[in-house]
Design a protein around this ligand. Structure first.
Ligand code: PDD
Length: 284
């Protein structure tokens, strides 16, 4: 029985209940975060808390906790789970009020947190890479907010699942954005290309880690708009997220990714980055 956190209390998940009038339920009026925890140590917690703050600012909801308060709850929750590698999920909504689109006054936010076992990619998946498909990005223009209003992302993820793919890589106006629950990076001529962190993508914390590791490891990294044509002619494609870490995309819409030397297989820059990422994890 998993112990979760709800509005100041730690309790078994079966006993954690909220009102049907919660604005998270009625409107998807809330934001969330997911922090990976390796060997009971959160990975890049400061960056995740900063992004949570950015998301809350983006929906004009006051942050209900200071960073030290959030850190205490994370520590408590992690300590109450029987497994070492965890994914701590946070959700903050605009609280419970009579249904009305405008913001309610003087209503406390609902704060829910749970921690599940972190299922990191298997050796096999790392070695073989993953299949992805493509689609036009039909989501809204505030994708930098980690909102619980995820219908666009849910439909894109199912689009991939229906085609036995792990992700849907999306394009807006001829440029790469991201995937349904992960960021996409491109390698061309030894340079890692990443779409800029603007309103069209979620600023992934894993993307940020890869950026730092590339700089430290002497791998050229350019943040700039990436054309759809550059994705189709990439030497390598990577997918990054807190749960996928970094994985090579080896087929896109059924076509092998990459040049003749490693078409359809993870490339050399991926191998280097994967090793750097593994070495950067707490307790590695
Ligand atoms: N998804 N882009 C989108 C749309 C995402 O939902 C995510 C994360 C990312 C990668 O962000 P990060 O590297 O910080 O995990 C990019 C999480 C894992 C989720 O929704 O469960």
């Amino acid at each position: 029985m998993s112990i979760v956190y709800l509005n100041g209390r730690y309790l078994p998940i079966e006993e954690a209940t909220i009102s049907v009038l919660d604005r998270g339920f009625i409107y998807g009026d809330g934001v969330y975060e997911l922090i990976p925890v390796y060997r009971r140590q959160p990975y890049r917690m400061a960056q995740h808390l900063a992004r949570l703050h950015h998301s809350l600012d983006g929906i004009r909801l006051a942050n209900p906790h200071s960073d030290p308060e959030w850190a205490t709850i994370v520590t408590e929750l992690v300590a109450r789970q029987p497994f070492d590698d965890q994914g701590v999920y946070f959700q903050v909504t605009r609280g419970v009020a009579k249904r009305d689109h405008t913001f309610p006054k003087d209503v406390p936010a609902t704060v829910f947190m749970m921690s599940n076992p972190l299922a990191t990619p298997s050796r096999e998946t790392v070695e073989s890479g993953v299949a992805c498909v493509t689609a036009v990005d039909e989501r809204w223009l505030h994708c930098d907010i980690k909102s619980t209003s995820l219908l666009g992302n849910v439909l894109m993820r199912q689009f991939a699942a229906d085609r036995d793919a792990v992700e849907t890589v999306m394009f807006r106006d001829g440029f790469l954005t991201e995937a349904s629950a992960s960021n996409i990076l491109v390698v061309k001529g030894g340079v890692v290309l990443a779409p800029p962190k603007d309103n069209r993508i979620l600023p992934g914390i894993t993307y940020g880690a890869i950026y730092d590791l590339a700089r430290q490891g002497g791998i050229p990294f350019e943040m700039r708009p990436v054309r759809e044509s550059e994705v189709w002619t990439a030497d390598e494609l990577w997918v990054t997220s807190s749960t996928k870490e970094v994985l090579a995309i080896t087929t896109l819409d059924g076509r092998p990714v990459g040049n003749a030397a490693h078409a359809g297989r993870p490339g050399p820059v991926f191998r280097k980055m994967h090793a750097l990422f593994q070495a950067s994890k707490p307790g590695a």
